[in-house]
Write a protein that binds this ligand. Sequence first.
Ligand SMILES: [Zn+2]
Ligand SMILES: [Zn+2]
Length: 500
Amino acid sequence: MDSCKYHPLTPATFFCHKCKINACDACVDTGNVYSDPKCFICGKEMESLGAMNYAVPFWRRLEETFRYPFNIQTGSLIIITGILTGIISFLPGLIAVIVSFIISAALVKYSFDCLERTSRGDFTPPQLIDSLEGGRLLLLQLVVLIILVTVAALFAISFLGSFIGGIIAFLLFVSLPAMTISLAIEENLLEALNPVKTYSMITAIGLPYGLLLGFLMIMMGSLEVISQLFSMVEPVSARILQSCAANYYWVVAFHMMGYMIFENQKHLGFSARESDNQGNANRGEHENIAANISVYIKEGMLDQAFKKFEELINKFPNNQSYQDDFFELLVKSGNKKTLTRYSTFYLRAIANGPMPEKLGIAYKRIAQVIPNYLPSSPSLRVTLAKVFFQRGEDKIAIAQLNGLHKEFPDYEYLADAYQLLADILAKQPRMQDKAKECQQFATKLKRKKQQEEEERKRQKTVKTKKVIDSSFENLRNSLSNDSNKGASLSGFGLVPKDEE
Ligand SMILES: [Zn+2]
Ligand SMILES: [Zn+2]
């Protein structure tokens, strides 16, 4: 079993032939619902490993296999048919044959349903009611198959002698599970009887098939032991016990064969997944991008991971956790360039978000990677200055405001910023002169701003006046022109036209 490259404890479900990477359902690109999952690294379609790789080899789940019939439905079927078979075998004649045939048919049908279910990856036994309804054609084919093989074996032994006949009977016995499996997959008796098919199926399954045969022989041997042990005691209960054991083994054997299909489905041209694992075709776009990021990070492809994170954040701007995750990654990776670019955006999002108190912590984490970090937004720097001033960390607050007028000469609230700086400096020891200087600068800025505002207002008034004046001028001109030319405003419906 190969595991996912990025989840060593998870079995792989896909393989990329280009990158030679095994990946699980969570680590493949399911962004395009119309194509098979793609590789996050190279973008090529990946090959599905189906459940073959997912499945534990059957000899490693023997306990589960032998516990499979231990439930009320299967258990009661085994015991009731066992008791009936045991009693009926002492009845004389044709009735016994017919009744025991019906009982066997019910058991065979149920076991075959166990096989079919298991092969689809559903390891819960079928319901009795469901099992006894429908599917009679397949049952008939299976019964015919078993009878044909038995008759052929007997025929071979009685007509070809014990050596050659024995070999043929042995080969038939060896092929019977493969024929049953083939019938379950193809639902076609003729295909199941085809010896070429049978041979290729046995070689496709390989060693586990031999193990299956081994278990079948052990089970049959144990039946012999049971009958010998109890036959001396009391024949009816011995027969009942033997029938129950035979029925139990029968169900287990069919469950094993079903598991063989499930386990080898890729080789047998059959596809199923374990029922509790439906893959993630319904995964949302954001989850797909998040999976991609996870793969990039584990591959150490950080630049690509950063790009995907930016895509994710642009597409889902309201999801704060993506922004937090990206921030964490940038801080941990120590990527100064991207962190510088992203930090202003991130800090601004926090400042405007539901938890602005996180601002100080976030800033300090950035500063661990980029000492003396300053955001590229003047308003953010003022906000940070306020935060740190409140927290009593005046040094950081001062750093935010110092030299702001040089970096952002056009910042609208520069005067307020320097007023704040003056207030902070005033509280520092031996900084009174600086504070005063700063206060003067803030006042100067305020005055300048006021002047600018007045000037703007004045210009606006002048401009408005000019516009009005020119409009009047135009109107007057057009009126005098109109009276000269005889045309009038009547064209506009303002003055009634002279009737001629
Ligand atoms: Zn994985
Ligand atoms: Zn690839």
